[in-house]
Design a binder for this molecule. Sequence first.
Ligand code: FES
Ligand code: FE
Length: 412
Amino acid sequence: MLSQHDVHQRIAMRKKDFSLERALYCDPGVYAADLEQIFYREWLFAVPACELAKPGAYATMQVGACPVVVIRGKDMRIRAFHNVCRHRGQRLCSKVSGSTPNLVCPYHQWTYDLEGKLIFARDMGVDFDPARYGLKKVHCVDLGGVVYICLADVPPPVADLARTAMAYLAPSGLNEAKVAFSSTIIEKGNWKLVIENNRECYHCGGSHPSLCRTYSDNPRMTGMQSSEVAEDGILAHWKRCDAAGLPARFVHHPDFQWRLARIPLLDNAESFTMSTRAAVAKRMGQMPFNDAGSLLMYHYPNTWNHFLADHAITFRVLPISPTETEVTTNWLVHKDAVEGVDYDLKTLTEVWLTTNDEDRQVVEENQRGILSPAYEPGPYSVLQEEGVIQFIDWYCGLMGRRLAPQPAMAAQ
Ligand code: FES
Ligand code: FE
């Protein structure tokens, strides 16, 4: 197991524009450093807000060693807490999701309200002060319908992302949506391989026949290009969206930790369906036309999303071991859309259920190959894998800075 010093050295010695060395994809010390330096410090996508529609609705997630519960309060605000009882540490909620008027510990029934305040603890004596034993808070923001959490004491700034996401997501009306279907799979691969695979479509032609009916694998369409060099097709799409008041143009964080852009689907396809037509009769929010394409939004380290005219798909990535990653996908539709009337669940979900499974297979085979002693880092295609290069640059830059030895204190 590599020490943090070793991890820093391996990252400092990596060859630019090449895949990383084996240890960085499987070593337990690297996994621990990834959790410490990234997953315990950065904003993480947790849930679509509409999954927690009513007061008391909650969802749980496991971030490394930290169980977290995200719950909607009576005031309709969504909050997050460490899912750990302040009595003797029992995990409070063990289910993936549910609804409860209060959070009751299953061990000795200490009870917390939806704001995390301890409101019941039996036989604790007259000197016991419940105010000292509220649930520990986790930072939580709702960025216009997508809820992010941060485990750090002091989270990184989120104002730019919040402003941008709220403007771009507003037409999708995510607070007037519902979860039509949810899927969680485990991919036997390091979390970075899952993100790398998502950040390029070099593999799409070979792996994703269903997705490629509607989604362009042209890197100039879906890649990291700015508007000045974008394809004519995308510029025409942006002009049409501009005219309809639909934010569409490429916008990103200075270090590309996040990016949003609305891209057209192939040949005016409307949705990720086998027929290429809309899967849901009722459009999302204020979406002005069916062929609005997909608003792509990723945020490192753990999410990518597609917001279409008829539905939206959110993806959440959580590492569960050095070589295993949980991927949760949610399909959102207008809350008034009725299954069997306005949409057929199979039509809505089949392309991305298939695509997720195809991606799981390539990630698992990628991990198997990397575990071979014969593996050595190979070159990324600068034409096709710009997104991967940029993710790996972001990862190595951040880890390099955070793992760098601290300068010795100046002599007094
Ligand atoms: Fe929760 Fe005892 S550990 S009530
Ligand atoms: Fe893929």
